[in-house]
Design a protein around this ligand. Sequence first.
Ligand code: GDP
Ligand code: MG
Length: 326
Amino acid sequence: MVDVPELVAQAREGRPRAVARLISLVEGASPQLREVMAALAPLTGGAYVVGLTGSPGVGKSTSTSALVSAYRRAGRRVGVLAVDPSSPFSGGALLGDRVRMADHASDPGVYIRSMATRGHLGGLAWAAPQAIRVLDAAGCDVILVETVGVGQSEVEIASQADTSVVLLAPGMGDGIQAAKAGILEIGDVYVVNKADRDGADATARELGHMLGLGEARAPGDWRPPIVKTVAARGEGTDEVVEALEKHRAWMDEHGELTARRARRAAREVETIAVTALRERIADLRGDVRLEALAARVAAGALDPYAAADDLVAGVTGPEQAPRHGA
Ligand SMILES: Nc1nc2c(ncn2[C@@H]2O[C@H](COP(=O)(O)OP(=O)(O)O)[C@@H](O)[C@H]2O)c(=O)[nH]1
Ligand SMILES: [Mg+2]
């Protein structure tokens, strides 16, 4: 058993090993997770969470590293969470990230962690927000969350952020991909990276078009900026930071930060509750078992609504204690 209060106190002091232990407890869905989360709750809310998403190879890790440098120059403590649903823990992609992050490895003001799904219930959508809580409670001023933008779960993870940065690069057919993945709806700030390559202006223009940036907006609406960068040389990074600060100020002014965090918390609670319900449904015994009900529905002996009622009653009602036999 882990001494949770002691571990949390050490994490508060910024001790990397304590932070690492806490995140491991999250990833491993430790039985002590409840205790950890209860201890962290009053310590969270201070960090500004920035999500970076985009196709593999677009320059997310390079941009993240450049942003870390910029925030460090400003004296901020930075947490980095590299989330890769496809890659196992020691996978090649993350190895590359580790090399890229090596500049920051010896800096006590930077905490870097990679996460992969490892197939536990609820996956990353469930684990990422809790890892963010750990970094938040550990005193990070800014948390950068890098996710691979390939599907719905990544869009979900991006929505865990206060501000979402969507990265594109010229010549990757990104415009079309972006529209497909729905990331055109989630970007608060757009970055066209690899601006040292041909076609960056065209990509930025096409993106502006797709975002309808030329169209009129209601006063006070946020107009996502498009920033061109050469992350590999740190060019444009200050402009990205500026865009992030502007978005943060806009959110503060319009109550959007509070609203987003409340929506995020709602999803988080719902995910935990639904996961718990699924487990309880799987634990049901006897004739309220899902399989038993399903067999009767398939045979036409029961309608699906009545079956669902039985299932819900089984989980919430007085008969929730396991009944053995059938
Ligand atoms: N030409 C050019 N290459 C870049 C730039 N930024 C990153 N790269 C390169 O693009 C490749 C992928 O970058 P990486 O940050 O790992 O992308 P990620 O998969 O989105 O995290 C690496 O070889 C980087 O060195 C840039 O601004 N210009
Ligand atoms: Mg990367």
